[in-house]
Design a protein around this ligand. Sequence first.
Ligand code: PRP
Ligand code: URA
Length: 206
Amino acid sequence: MLHVMYHPLITHKLTQMRKKETGTKDFKQNLDEIAGLMAYEVCRDLPVKKVHIETPVCECDTYELAKEIVLIPILRAGLGLVNGINDLIPTAKVGFIGLYRDEETLEPHEYFAKFPSTMPSAVNLVLDPMLATGGSAVAAIDMIKARGAKTIKLVCLVAAPEGVKAVEEAHPDVDIYLAALDEKLNENGYIVPGLGDAGDRIFGTK
Ligand code: PRP
Ligand code: URA
């Protein structure tokens, strides 16, 4: 299922990120803030379990999260979504997938993978600001399914319709969360209007 989060705060912050004059510091700060706002919605249906506790006043039945959360950023740009979500879920474990997109073929290439062993029983959030052709997200989800992950959500900032379609076709069981669904891809595989190269803008590499 596709969830596009139309919220004035998210849209306002994303607009700041889209502006070409926005520098690394403000780009990262807005990304952090959007990640926190998105986490609230992404976690809405997390399973909870009943627990019996004692407050300073009395004993009572209440609820806690029933499953561990694993954050899996797709390097590099996915790292930009980790802090904002981790602030809200400080107990989350973090795994990493290193993928880069070949600039000519647009095919993803794997260069790193490190995962927590709890992935099969956890709720796994795959993080990447950009869902363009969808090649990277599909490959990342393939990799974590191969390690036994069953509950997977894909959290992106901006997507092209082509990327959403690719993920929905390859992994119909994965919910996709976006801050915006943009118009299309251009001839270089960039999202239009998009925000440019997310990795370069986060890490100041151009
Ligand atoms: C970007 C982005 C995604 C991918 C999206 O990463 O962060 O991972 O491209 O494109 P796709 O949907 O067509 O696969 P990039 O490969 O530029 O690496 P970087 O994050 O290290 O800059
Ligand atoms: N990767 C990015 O960082 N930006 C795009 O628009 C497409 C892929």
